[in-house]
Design a protein around this ligand. Sequence first.
Ligand SMILES: [Zn+2]
Ligand SMILES: [Zn+2]
Length: 378
Amino acid sequence: MGKLVMGYWDCPVCGSKGIAGNVMNCPSCGRARGDVQFYMKNVAEGESREENERGDIEYLSEEQAKYVSKNPDWYCSFCNSLNSDNAETCSNCGASRENSEANYFEMLKKKQEREAAELAARPASPAARTAPSSKKPLLIILAILAVIVGVFVYLNGNKTSSDLKVSSVGWTRIINIEANKQYSESDWNLPDGAELVNQKQEIHHYDSVLDHYESREVQRSRQVVDHYETYYTYKDRGNGTFEEISHERPVYTTEYYTETVREPVYVQVPRYATKYYYTIWRWKPERDAEASGEDHNAAWPELNLAENEREGQRREEYRFTVEHTGKKEAPVTYRLAESAWRNVNPGDPIFITAKRSGADPYISDAKGNKIADLERVR
Ligand SMILES: [Zn+2]
Ligand SMILES: [Zn+2]
């Protein structure tokens, strides 16, 4: 059993404050104490204190402690006043303790439950107030989304230009010419057909190889228990007094120590291989032969090949240019497949359909139905 500390109570009838826990009737209005909660001066209930912080605790003298009961006070069922565990009848109205239905703690618990229920029922109104204001940003977000979707649908839609006329057609055909020449090269392997000039041992790559271990001292720390200290908490006994309870807890200190770690040390070891220096004859692109025209007479260029030359890759391009008959806009040139290009003639009206976003144009009929793919020449 810890030392007893004096508790205090406030009179709920007249509002008198700080009445000592061993006083059963309010000194101002004379009412027997009823619906109260005991508290300590300078310490809250359950608060913990260090050993050296207890100077302002108001302990009961040994003489006072003798008269304090072990158990909490009981409530009189008739007049609702608190009575000492030592009393068998109500000091206020004389009713028997047998009819008592609750002690100090049971009554306090009921009161706290009632207050919690009231608190839970209350915040309905502030929540209702915030609801309409949260709808506004949602409407703005929906409107922005609608605009974004609308712009996307519009740009993704097709637009057929109906005022276009073919102003010219054109073509280009190119044959690349490759030349067979001797090159000086080096490599780790000698390719087929190469003529070896020289060969040397050279560094091919480096390997990391474990050489040795090095020991190193590392400073480390750890928390260790230095000593134990006493601290106190205070418990409402429900009869106008509090009990001081002592506890022990460890106090830690930082301990430093050194640890030896072994770390590997690597060396970079060069690995040699044979490198070949050689000459080799290779076919490589040398020049272009090009033919072009502003008509439909597409033809491949005539080739005048030297002795060490041959025909390489072929490229071809078929174009036409359109002008707007109405608006003053710059002419546009398109590239397309040869078979479709054969059907495009200068002076012809033409329909070109494109996404409004500017991508993927094609030749169409007046309604926008695709006839041939196009690619705009930039
Ligand atoms: Zn009073
Ligand atoms: Zn009573």
